[in-house]
Every structure is written in structure tokens, then in C-alpha cells.
Design a binder for this molecule. Sequence first.
Ligand code: ATP
Ligand code: MG
Length: 263
Amino acid sequence: MGGEVLMKVEELSLHAGGRVLQHGLTFDVRAGEVLAICGASGCGKSTLLRHMIGLQAPRTGRVLWTAGGAERDVQGEDPPRREIGVAFQAGALWSSMTVGENLMLPLELYTELDAAERERQARFKLALAGLDDPATFDAEPSQLSGGMRKRAAIARALMLDPPLVCLDEPSAGLDPLTSARLDDLILQLKRELGTGIVLVTHELESLFAVADRLLFLDVQARTATALGPPAELRDHGPDAVREFLTRGAYQPHSQPQPQPESA
Ligand SMILES: Nc1ncnc2c1ncn2[C@@H]1O[C@H](COP(=O)(O)OP(=O)(O)OP(=O)(O)O)[C@@H](O)[C@H]1O
Ligand SMILES: [Mg+2]
């Protein structure tokens, strides 16, 4: 867990539709660790991921890519596009392309590999993600089950062998067995490749199985109220975090009230 710091998030605030979702978020992500991001639905987890991969520009604070020693702002002139793989919550694959074409696209965009090598690597990543059936490569995304689509989206996130992978609720809606196989894949990436993994999840079993640290975004306080090993937070964390980690269904007592931007 004491790996190189890949990313630093500093004093980041998250906004949506005139509301402050979160403020003062400061944490880092290290090589070879699984950092889970948790919190009630709507607290800003997916929004945070969009900032971390540079898809959304912060109003306050910054996100720095620090692997290799230099500091590169993800919003700067040399953003770390190849270094961060991402599988979005909806597991979006391009529906107009086959699964194989979806996977080979990052290689076409960012490498000089020839077609044969692109296909070889895409098939390898599919197998790594547990999609061993060769027919999957030529399938349309719409022909796959929800679980297979999620795994294909993860395989695509791994195409460029990124040092950091962000997965937004990869196991939501999957059966327990498929979900457990995803956990195994995450642990394999971490152990064998030293990949840093940011994992948004609600699933307690998965959380305790794979996460080294947990960042808890509190929907009431509108900031991170805990960062640490899940077992430690379950036993000694703030009330809301202990509740979340013991019942898995932390319900805020009231909905967050709209807060003016200037507040
Ligand atoms: N483009 C947008 N315009 C207005 N509001 C938005 C926009 N995108 C997100 N929101 C709102 O921002 C809040 C946080 O959304 P976000 O998707 O980051 O939450 P989340 O923690 O990922 O939730 P979930 O667990 O349900 O996936 C939600 O209340 C959502 O309605
Ligand atoms: Mg989300």
C-alpha cells in the first residue's frame, strides 16, 4: 500500500445544478492500492471520478497526476489520457461497433500497433476480464448480458495498461458469482500489475474483499468524513460511516438541502 503516489486531489469541490455537492476533498491515490469511494446515492461519487480523469474541470481545487515524479494537472496541456483507464457507471460501449472494435479503439488512437497485434491484445484483455468465449470479440454490445458488458468495459479500460483504473460501480446489478469474479480480477490487477484502482461501490462484501482504503463522502456534511482501511472505519469511524459499513444502506435522515454557490 506504500506505493508511489499516482494522483493528488487537492481541495477539490464538486458542483451540480447550482448546488455544492462536496468541498475540500483532499486525498491521494497510490500505485498498487484499491481506493474505494463510498457514500449515499447522489453525494457526488461519479462526479468526483469525472474530475479525476479530467473530463470535468474543477471550480475549486485541482487534480494532479504525479506518477514519475512530475506534477501534471489533469486539466493542463499534457493531461494523462493514456495513464488512466475508466469504466463508467453505465458501462458504455459504442453500440455501433463490435466488442472487439470497442477494445481496439484506444490502441488505434494512441499506439502504432498493427491490426493483428491490436486484435491479439484485445482478445487477451477480454480473456483477462473473464470473457473467454472467442465469439464475444465479434459480438455487438447489445448481444451481451449486463454483466458481460460491464466486464467488456473494464477490459477496454485496461487496453493501454494504465497505471490507474477508475471503475464506477462495476458490480452493481450483477449476480453474486459474477460479482465475486470481478473482485478477483481487481485483486489480480493490483497484485500482478501493481495497478492503482479507484473503485466506486455500494457492495460491502466487495469493499471488504478488495479495498485497502475507503474514502467516505458524507452527503450531509458535503465533504469526506473518513479515509482509511474499511475494517478500521467500521470499528472506529464516524457514526455515518460505521452505519454504512455495518448495514450497507446508510440513509440520510433528510435529503440534502440546496445550498447557494456563494455559501
Ligand atoms: N449535469 C448535471 N446537472 C445537474 N445535476 C447533476 C448533473 N450531473 C449530476 N447531477 C446531480 O449531482 C448529484 C451527484 O451526482 P453523481 O452522479 O455524482 O452522484 P453519485 O454519488 O455517483 O450517485 P449514485 O450512487 O446514484 O451513482 C446528483 O444529485 C445528480 O442529480
Ligand atoms: Mg454514480
